[in-house]
Each structure stands twice: as structure tokens, then as C-alpha cells.
Design a protein around this ligand. Structure first.
Ligand SMILES: [Zn+2]
Length: 168
């Protein structure tokens, strides 16, 4: 037996029928979002969080469908549809715990609107002001130059840019 799993679709997991709705979500080029339950569990334990059934159910929704940027409200809606019994408070707590555990990255678009990003690598975003659609800017398409000097006792932790769009 050759123990080699290349990342071809070997049909090891028969996903439920979903042919039509997939075309619009085209974030497939983001490499690292499809986390398995084992990986999620590992991350959670490393951060001292128990992999409760609720957390695992929410992680299935978050990480089971490629790269995405999701608000707490949208996740609640998905949870309701998937019959995962959760409250808004649980959703918030879970999203923040996952962020602390390094599973998600928070993208604050403005004071009121926060997206949780399953792509935790350093990257920037396009954001459409009217539709609220947010998506990744290809890393090669943007470069930040002229970085300011931080205060002496501090260091730059991260730079994330939101490029805001409007229809012409
Ligand atoms: Zn992103």
C-alpha cells in the first residue's frame, strides 16, 4: 500500500448534493480554509478550549466550504438552517474564541460591521460599500510601502488594508 494522498478529489467524503449553488462562491484559490474537524479540535485544545458539540457544529459551517468572510448574523442564520441550536451570544463567543485560537481573522470594515475571515494569512480586502461584499485581494496585486515608524515601545503587528469599492 502506498500511503500517499495527493489533494485530488478522491471522493473519500461523499458530500451532499450541491451542484448549482457553488458557482458564485469563487474564493477557491485561497489555500487554507478547509479545516478538518481534527484540525479544528487541535487548534481549540491548544488554546485551552474544549471542542464542544456546538463549537464543532459551528466549525463545520465555517470551515467546510472554502474561504469565506462571514458576519455573526449570517452565521446565526446558517446555524438556524442547519438546525444547530445556538443563541446569538454563543455565536459571538464562539467567533471570538475561534479568532483567539487562530482559526479566524477579524476584519473590521467599520465601527458596526465585522467579518470573520477563514483565511488567516496576511492579506488585504476589497469591500463594496453598497453591497457589503468583501473579498480577498490577491497577495501579488498589492504592496504596502512607506510603513510608518511605530512608537519606540511598540511594534507593528499587522497591516491590513481595505480597498473600498463603489459601482461606477
Ligand atoms: Zn479575507
Amino acid at each position: 500500500m502506498v500511503n500517499m494522498h495527493l489533494s485530488t478529489n478522491d471522493g473519500s467524503q461523499n458530500s451532499s448534493p450541491q451542484s448549482d449553488a457553488t458557482a458564485q462562491q469563487n474564493d477557491a484559490d485561497c489555500p487554507m480554509q478547509n479545516l478538518s474537524r481534527e484540525e479544528v479540535t487541535k487548534y481549540l485544545r491548544r488554546s485551552g478550549l474544549r471542542p464542544t458539540r456546538q463549537r464543532i457544529a459551528l466549525s463545520d459551517l465555517l470551515f467546510g466550504q472554502g474561504g469565506r468572510h462571514i458576519t455573526a448574523e449570517a452565521l446565526l442564520e446558517e446555524a438556524v438552517q442547519a438546525k444547530v441550536p445556538v443563541s446569538m451570544a454563543t455565536i459571538y463567543n464562539t467567533l471570538h474564541h475561534f479568532t483567539q485560537a487562530g482559526l479566524l481573522r477579524e476584519v473590521a470594515v467599520d465601527g458596526a460591521k465585522t467579518y470573520f475571515d477563514t483565511n488567516t494569512s496576511n492579506h488585504h480586502h476589497f469591500y463594496h460599500e453598497d453591497t457589503g461584499h468583501i473579498y480577498d485581494i490577491e497577495t501579488n496585486d498589492m504592496e504596502v510601502i512607506g510603513i510608518p515608524t511605530p512608537p519606540a515601545d511598540q511594534e507593528i503587528w499587522r497591516i491590513d488594508v481595505i480597498v473600498r469599492l463603489k459601482d461606477k
